[in-house]
Design a binder for this molecule. Structure first.
Ligand code: PLP
Length: 404
């Protein structure tokens, strides 16, 4: 057995090798990878804060030898993450960007990447400033335009990179249709961070690889940065696991434990995130001083139909344009009391940000303009506070800075 898969297929005393503990999400989130410890009976996977593992004899370990290669706490998380996507394999990383980099390790100099045009800012920077230096060019395309996708899938495209819904305008790409356009040898990767595995499982829609920033909904408490790659194909997983061990951007056991703990409540959190987001989005849509609200759960959203078919829910991120332009938008963002002015999303606490000035700061100005990421746009991550308090908070902030 190659050492790259050590810890994933080796026998050990934690977790179940079965990723399909139940067809039901809530049960998998709480049970997969989390059998009681056979040595001590510990109900909860212990934090194995150990860099190295003592051997009985040379060549005879208990499934682990060194924590970069494999760690029991991380393995418990990896099994849980695989189960959340109803998949066979997951590899955990020290950040979402490390997971993006691992997924991109399957492309070689001379290959092309075809990516969603309004991509997460960090992924955009990685494609343009890191991959490009290594001889890998990226073509950007509007993934909601299937004709444009088909035309762009010329020879040389190895990796198709889809984010859906996109950030910050929440456009929805048709994963099944894009998978249908794929040619032999092309890999379809979906960044599933915005919906989490609770609302969407891209592998079941024809994707080959799923990436998560577990920093967001999966951990859900804004206290850990982490990432994951999830796949079904064993050869693809061997490449990802090789990269994980060879490059070494792994999460420590403490972070793996916190993420595993957070993910147990993903289902209950996502249901409430969505409920609160819909309340806030509908309330915003009813206001005269709001130009436009972007939330796929609203009938007014251009991709509402597709989102209703492809997704099991709409998530917790809402964007909106205020009347009164950039100045008003920034004034509102700075005067909310409950919505913290901060980047990131997916935590139990609500956040507000200006995509143009914050999350998409590194995207060139004319490109932002093209994509509609203008300074009058605000993005909120609707948390789990009482929705009435969130609405009151926005009401006060908008009222304190009226559109003139
Ligand atoms: C945050 C985010 C990332 C990057 O993840 P980090 O954990 O911040 O490294 C990638 N994709 C999306 C959609 C994100 O929101």
């Amino acid at each position: 057995m190659p050492s790259t898969t050590l810890g994933h297929s080796a026998p050990h005393n934690l977790g179940s090798a079965r990723s399909r503990i139940s067809d039901r999400f809530d049960t998998r989130a709480i049970r997969a990878g989390q059998d009681p410890c056979s040595a001590t009976g510990a109900t909860i996977p212990p934090i194995y804060q150990s860099a190295t593992f003592t051997l009985d004899a040379v060549g005879s370990d208990k499934g682990f030898d060194y924590s970069r290669t494999g760690n029991p706490t991380r393995l418990a998380l990896e099994r849980q993450l695989a189960a959340l996507e109803n998949a066979r394999f997951a590899a955990a990383f020290g950040s979402g960007m490390a997971a993006v980099a691992a997924a991109c390790s399957i492309v070689r100099a001379g290959d092309r990447v075809l990516a969603t045009d309004d991509l997460y800012g960090g992924t955009y920077r990685f494609f343009c400033d890191v991959l490009a230096r290594n001889g890998i060019a990226t073509t950007f395309v509007d993934m909601t335009d299937l004709r444009a996708v088909e035309a762009a899938l010329e020879d040389g495209v190895k990796l198709i990179w889809v984010e859906t819904p996109t950030n910050p305008l929440l456009r929805v790409a048709n994963i099944r249709a894009i998978a249908g356009l794929k040619r032999p040898g092309q890999i379809l990767a979906v960044d599933n961070t915005f919906l989490s595995p609770f609302f969407q499982n891209p592998l079941e829609l024809g994707a080959d690889l799923v990436v998560h920033s577990t920093t967001k909904y999966i951990n859900g408490h804004s206290d850990v940065v982490g990432g994951a790659v999830v796949v079904n194909d064993a050869d693809l997983f061997a490449e990802i696991a090789f990269h994980q061990n060879a490059v070494g951007a792994v999460p420590g056991p403490q972070d793996a434990y916190l993420t595993l703990r957070g993910a147990k409540t993903l289902a209950v959190r996502m249901r409430q995130h969505e409920r609160n987001a819909l309340s806030v989005a509908q309330w915003l849509e009813g206001r005269e001083d709001i130009e436009r609200v972007y939330f796929p759960g609203l009938r007014s959203h251009p991709d509402h139909e597709l989102a209703s078919q492809q997704q099991r829910g709409f998530g917790g991120v809402v964007s909106f344009r205020v009347r009164g332009g950039a100045e008003r938008a920034l004034a509102v963002a700075r005067s909310t009391r409950l919505f913290n002015l901060a980047v990131s999303l997916g935590g139990v606490e609500s956040l507000i940000c200006s995509p143009a000035a914050m999350t998409h700061k590194s995207v060139p100005a004319e490109r932002k303009e093209q994509l509609g990421i203008t300074p009058d746009l605000l993005r909120i991550s609707v948390g789990l506070e009482d929705a009435r308090d969130l609405i009151d908070d926005l009401d006060e902030a908008l009222g304190a800075h009226p559109a003139t």
